[in-house]
Design a protein around this ligand. Structure first.
Ligand code: HEC
Ligand code: HEC
Length: 408
């Protein structure tokens, strides 16, 4: 046992002793969890910790972050924790259109929390937070969600005897500050890595080539995958253009997907709304630019089968409804993303009749005509089957991410 881990074990005993009089509020394992396991052979590591931080410290910060994440003391009413809305069995989203906050329902659908160390865009549906350390604190001070002030949080945590040993283990002394709460929460959230889906296994079996048929997939799932990622020149008309990380070649034209990153890199307008004044402005609410109206950052599509309902306002109850929307319900506003815009409006590969995701409306007789991708019912079925391969059962039940609080 290293000096550092015996110190930690000692502190844990101290924690138990201190709380011996009253029953402990939460239970942590005697041997601290490892929040940063080495990925399976052949799988690319997903960034989960700052490499400058020693592993043992990062683990203790994540362990503290886990307790904070599930502690209702962080909300004004002592009724809601991060985990009340971000529920593990739903990939840290929940199953409601709008979640119950301490004081009011949320204005948007709760986003899943997974692989956020890989995020290249900002945080939240409108990217209003640039960094995760800030993003994890905003819900605490949001009036509807938790309704606290940070000084009040610090004061409450100082009054709870069970936190001093955890802060000491994570930061070297028992000092509690807003910044430390942010660092610990962010470290736990970044450790929420999902990489154990059948898609991940298939990607390793296929040597990292997302275009190859995956040997562990059914024919339906492989067809859905091909529709999702497109191939060659059709890539830029595929779902992957908006939903996979990617990088451009030297000339800016070759497009290489980073398939293990199933996250959008920028907010886009996917044609959900007709552009009315009372629609959620999305990104425009942050930038004030008309060109950003109706643009949203799509969360990772990992575990998408368990994060219903869908979209920023949870308007679609099922993945079938989402596919029906992409097939026939896309609204052609001025801000509609070029990937979904028809020929003549700057759409890439416009006029390509051979493309599997060919847009089926070629003219814009009315500016609000509904558009869509030319998806047959079979193709919609294949896409949904593919999306189900992104479910990672281990992630959804992993004990190191679970609620450590003892039920009253
Ligand atoms: C009342 C429900 C609720 C609570 C409590 C809550 N959240 Fe959230 N969370 C949401 C909603 C809703 C969103 C999306 C908000 C938006 O974009 O406007 C969100 C978004 C996020 C995001 C951005 C994810 C992304 O992909 O960009 C992070 C990070 C996050 N929450 C972390 C936390 C943490 C940490 C806590 C506890 C301190 C917490 N949340 C408490 C509902 C909640
Ligand atoms: C032009 C970019 C774009 C294309 C192309 C696109 N999407 Fe999306 N997708 C988005 C955006 C942006 C959102 C979030 C929109 C919102 O909530 O306002 C989204 C949301 C979703 C969601 C719901 C996510 C959630 O967590 O609620 C699913 C599922 C989805 N898309 C699947 C697909 C599939 C499958 C395809 C291909 C048939 C596709 N998308 C094509 C941009 C795109």
């Amino acid at each position: 046992m290293s000096a550092a881990s015996s110190l930690f074990a000692g502190l844990l005993c101290l924690c138990t002793t201190l709380t011996a009089q009253s029953p402990p509020r939460f239970t942590l394992p005697e041997v601290p969890f490892d929040y940063f396991p080495v990925p399976a052979p052949g799988a690319k590591a997903i960034p989960a910790r700052n490499d400058a931080l020693p592993l043992a410290i990062a683990n203790r910060r994540a362990a503290l972050g886990r307790v904070l994440f599930y502690d209702v003391e962080l909300s004004a009413t002592r009724t809601r924790s991060c985990g009340s809305c971000h529920r593990q069995e739903h990939a840290f989203a929940d199953d409601r259109r709008f979640s119950r906050g301490a004081r009011a329902p949320t204005a948007r659908n709760t986003m899943p929390l997974q692989n956020l160390g890989q995020r290249r865009a900002g945080f939240f549906w409108d990217e209003r937070a640039a960094g995760l350390e800030l993003a994890v604190l905003l819900p605490i001070t949001n009036h509807a969600e938790m309704g606290m002030t940070m000084p009040a949080v610090v004061e409450r945590l100082q009054a709870l005897p069970d936190y001093a040993p955890l802060f000491t283990a994570a930061f070297g002394d028992a000092g509690i500050s807003e910044a430390r709460v942010g660092w610990a929460l962010a470290q736990f959230v970044r450790a929420l890595v999902s990489q154990g889906s059948r898609f991940d296994e298939g990607l390793v079996l296929a040597g990292g080539d997302v275009d190859a048929d995956f040997p562990n997939f059914t024919a339906t799932e492989n067809r859905g995958k091909a529709l999702f990622v497109g191939t060659g020149s059709t890539r830029r008309h595929s779902c992957a253009e908006c939903h996979l990380g990617h990088h451009y070649g030297p000339c800016g034209h070759s497009w290489t997907p980073l398939p293990q990153n199933l996250q959008a890199e920028t907010s886009r307008n996917n044609g959900l709304d007709a552009g009315k004044q009372d629609d959620d402005p999305g990104r425009a609410g942050v930038t004030g630019l008309d060109a950003d109206r109706g643009k949203f950052l799509a969360p990772s599509l990992r575990n998408i089968a368990v994060t219903a309902p869908y979209m920023h306002d949870g308007r679609f109850a099922t993945l079938d409804e989402v596919m029906q929307f992409y097939a026939t319900g896309v609204r052609a506003t001025a801000n509609l993303d070029p990937v979904l815009a028809p020929t003549g409006r700057g759409g890439w590969g416009g006029g390509r009749r051979d493309h599997p995701l060919q847009l089926h409306t070629a003219s814009l007789a009315s500016p609000l005509v509904d558009l869509g991708l030319n998806l047959t019912p079979d193709e919609r079925h294949d896409l949904v089957a593919f999306l189900h391969t992104l479910t990672d059962r281990t992630f959804l039940s992993e004990p190191r991410f679970a609620d450590p609080f003892v039920a009253p």
